[in-house]
Design a protein around this ligand. Structure first.
Ligand code: TK8
Length: 346
């Protein structure tokens, strides 16, 4: 039923958009409809969209008008990405793990334990390699503009503290609708069920599944502490949010407005990452206060998670594209070598 309503709404939006192209007249503002769905206006992504709206309207002297549909009314990551592709809305920022159905190259980001810290992640995402992956969307009607932050993912469950990789065995866990996430959890013996984020709270509440993994900011804002007793700091995958715009819309913008847009997106990215970083720290405190038991893993246990999950890398090399895969692995590897060397200097 919900899907029918969403579809009907999108059809309506398409028809309305078709009847009144937003920028035939120079006087008319370019309207950017932003779709999102992280369940709370207090989440860093929702706040980033509010910031983006304010800054873009200001910096463009009202030549851009931004409309926010960010409370999940247009559906989850997959529906939102489709809506941008079809031009029912202009802008959204799904987790990369949800974009692999549109472009397999996006699997690169979700390789378990690929990124080790934020500094490295930002350097790679904003550098040549990260930007190159954005360009691979060009023929999908999508213009990749930047990467915001969902964050490093951690594991929660309602059964027992997870203190070792052995404790994950047979745990029923929700994953994103993404084969790599599913296989990563299968490789440590868990029993993964893919489902959309929108269905997750209810599934945890009803006990259909016992665990889930997400960045802490999102878990906290979604009140998962009400239905999950144990949190384990695994940091197994870093999820970027990829900022996607309808490409024909972007291409038709006058060059000066494209420039303003890019500048404000970059500003929003900085704002977003600062918020998300702080949110992660605060979320952990709140979850502890709410009675969630937190387990930090020994490095040797994290190594065991990593050893069990990394065999799936090779399988994805062809799918991602060997060029992108090799370039990312080379860059992450050289970064860890540098870090080791810096560590030795100290
Ligand atoms: C919400 C999703 C969510 C993702 C997931 O915007 O589905 O687990 O982590 O954050 O993108």
């Amino acid at each position: 039923m919900r899907k029918v309503i969403i579809l009907a709404f999108l059809m309506f939006v398409i028809i309305v958009a078709g009847c009144s192209p937003s920028a035939v007249d120079d006087e008319e503002p370019y309207v950017i409809r932003v779709g999102g769905g992280t369940s709370s206006p207090e989440h860093s992504l929702s706040k980033t969209w509010a910031f983006f709206k304010e800054r873009l309207e200001e910096e463009s002297d009202g030549r851009f008008q931004v409309e926010l549909f960010i409370s999940g009314e247009l559906g989850g990551d997959r529906e939102l990405t489709e809506a941008v592709q079809f031009g029912a809305i202009e802008l959204t920022a799904p987790s990369t793990g949800a974009v692999t159905g549109f472009n397999q190259a996006f699997n690169i980001f979700d390789l378990p334990f690929l990124f080790s810290d934020r500094e490295q992640t930002y350097e790679i995402l904003d550098g040549e390699n990260g930007q190159h992956v954005l360009e691979t969307l060009d023929d999908k009607n999508l213009k990749g503009l930047a990467y915001f932050e969902n964050g490093f993912r951690n594991l929660t469950n309602s059964v027992q503290p997870i203190e070792s990789v052995d404790d994950v065995k047979n745990l029923s866990i929700r994953t994103m609708e993404n084969s790599m996430h599913i296989e990563a959890w299968q490789s440590v013996g868990a029993n993964p069920t893919p489902m959309s984020f929108e269905e997750l709270y209810t599934a945890l509440q009803q006990g259909t599944i016992n665990g889930q993994e997400n960045p802490m900011g999102l878990m906290n804002i979604s009140r998962f502490y009400e239905v999950q007793d144990y949190l384990t700091l695994t940091n197994h995958i870093y999820s970027p949010y990829v900022v996607l715009m309808n490409k024909p819309f972007y291409d038709e913008l006058p060059p000066d407005l494209q420039e303003v847009l890019q500048e404000v997106i970059t500003e929003a990215q900085t704002y977003n990452r600062e918020l998300a970083t702080q949110e992660d720290v605060d979320a952990l405190e709140v979850m502890k206060e709410q009675g969630v038991q937190v387990t930090e893993l020994e490095q040797s246990e994290l190594d065991r998670f990593q050893e069990a999950m990394t065999p799936i890398y090779e399988e994805y090399r062809e799918m991602i594209g060997p060029d992108i895969y090799d370039a990312f692995l080379e860059e992450t590897q050289s970064y860890s070598d540098d870090t080791v060397m810096e560590g030795e200097d100290k």
